[in-house]
Design a protein. Structure first.
Ligand SMILES: NC(=O)c1ccc[n+]([C@@H]2O[C@H](COP(=O)([O-])OP(=O)(O)OC[C@H]3O[C@@H](n4cnc5c(N)ncnc54)[C@H](O)[C@@H]3O)[C@@H](O)[C@H]2O)c1
Length: 434
């Protein structure tokens, strides 16, 4: 049975979820407080870069199942199921800032005009869904609703694929009625035999944080092994490949690089440490991962200094600004730390990214030069630093790069290029862990 759903927050998660849920046959209204975002969506345009999103968006708008509004109160009144997909950014102290969730919860409490299921998709600290339940009951004076924790695991850049083919769907619930409605909404995924984990609210909340902290740990583990490889003359790719063949370890997330970034791992690891503090459980492993990640980003500039000497007045071409390929998202991107460090050391930065230039301008303004393509960025540069693993950087025309660059240094923080080939073109090559 098709359900009437409101998705509040149309960011990376809210928009993809709204589009995906409408594709499952539900009637979905996506809401946001940013009116300009809603206007853009109503004009048929997508405010983010996400592969495949536009096609699914167009299809579902056309079919009359997908709507956009900034009238959140009306959308709440009109819906049976309300997904909360607003941001939970980090506070200064690392805790998750729940002010966006609080605002939505208040609006739901005020507009509870009948039975509704309130579904938290945003990543929220343990105990938040229980708090949501209390707040809505207090605000509305009613108990005709259920709260469900349904954390999202999609990867930016592969969000559509992940929404339609998730590794698992986690549903924290307390009432059979809510469980039934959630099963109905996700019925299409049952047909693909997607694993569903039905559990308590607290378990669902902790599954999300544990998954992200574990992946961040895996990344930092291989990064530290990569650093050791450099010291002992080993090849991290062979180490990772052999490790990954062990079924207990698995091959994913064993790729060395400049440290993890993005809107999730940095904030969720910090939030998990704070959650541990609240319950007096030491999260020492996660704390170490956070520190190691900061050091890894710093290490990239130190590598450059080691080869180039003082960076003052040197021109550095930075290729890649997004925190990973196939997204325009620059939140906590390692490129930010690297560029900030380069600027601090008085280097001049020329930067390029296929999708993140607009976001970069919001961060760096006129402090750096933005170029139309990768070849313009490397022109007259003393060194080239690759920060994001975009496919187009894998196939750089090294002959042209060598011709237009002033210097001959390539720092490849993603190990995209073949070191021997690069050296044969007359470059000094520095990668990570090989
Ligand atoms: N981005 C990811 O890859 C990802 C993956 C899994 C989980 N998550 C989690 O999902 C949540 C959302 O993440 P995101 O990246 O989509 O965030 P985002 O910042 O891209 O989007 C949040 C949206 O909510 C809107 N908003 C804020 N307050 C609102 C309010 N009161 N009413 C209506 N709209 C409001 C904002 O305008 C914005 O459009 C976070 O908790 C995040 O940790 C994100």
């Amino acid at each position: 049975m098709a359900r009437k759903i409101a998705v509040i927050g149309t960011g990376y998660v809210g928009l993809v979820s709204g589009v995906g849920l409408s594709d499952f046959g539900n009637h979905v209204t996506c809401c946001d407080i940013l009116k300009e975002k809603i206007d853009l969506l109503n004009s048929g345009k997508i405010p983010i870069y996400e592969t495949g999103l536009q096609e699914h968006f167009d299809k579902n708008v056309k079919s009359g199942r997908l709507f956009f509004t900034s009238d959140i109160e009306q959308a709440i009144c009109d819906s049976e199921v309300i997904f909360i997909g607003v941001g939970t950014p980090p506070k200064e102290n690392g805790e998750a800032d729940l002010s966006q969730v609080e605002a939505v919860v208040k609006a739901i409490g005020k507009n509870l005009n009948g039975y509704k299921v309130i579904v938290t998709k945003s990543t929220v600290p343990i105990g938040t869904n229980r708090w949501v339940k209390e707040q809505i009951a207090k605000e509305s004076g009613k108990d005709c609703f259920d709260v469900v924790s349904n954390p999202e695991f999609l990867r930016e850049g592969k969000a559509i694929q992940d929404f339609f083919h998730p590794d698992r769907v986690v549903i924290g619930y307390e009432s059979e009625k809510a469980k039934e409605i959630m099963s109905d909404i996700y019925r299409s995924l049952f047909l693909f035999e997607t694993p569903f984990i039905f559990c308590s609210l607290e378990t669902a909340e902790l599954i999300k944080y544990s998954s992200n902290a574990f992946l961040a740990t895996k990344i930092m583990f291989i990064n530290q092994i990569a650093n050791l490889c450099e010291a002992v003359g080993a090849d991290v790719h062979q180490v990772a490949k052999a490790m990954g063949k062990d079924g207990r370890i698995g091959s994913k997330f064993l790729h060395p690089g400049p440290g993890y970034g993005g809107s999730c791992f940095p904030k969720d690891t910090k939030a998990l440490v704070e959650i541990g503090k609240k319950y007096q459980v030491e999260m020492s492993l996660v704390k170490t991962v956070i520190t190691a990640n900061e050091a890894q980003k710093e290490r990239m500039v130190q590598k450059l200094e080691k080869i180039l000497g003082s960076l003052e007045n040197k021109t550095i071409a930075v290729l890649g600004l997004a925190f990973k390929m196939e997204t325009d998202d620059m939140r906590d991107s390692p490129a930010i730390v690297v560029i900030e460090n380069l600027l601090k050391k008085k280097a001049k930065v020329k930067a390029h990214d296929p999708q993140a230039m607009e976001n970069a301008r919001k961060i760096f303004g006129s402090q750096i030069v933005y170029t139309a393509n990768e070849y313009e960025a490397v022109k007259d540069a003393d060194a080239l630093v690759i920060m994001t693993e975009w496919n187009e950087y894998r196939s750089l025309d090294l002959k042209s790069v060598k011709e237009v660059m002033k210097g001959n240094i390539i720092l490849d923080t993603r190990n995209l290029l073949d070191p021997l080939t690069v050296k044969n073109f007359g470059f000094i090559y520095e990668g990570v862990g090989r």
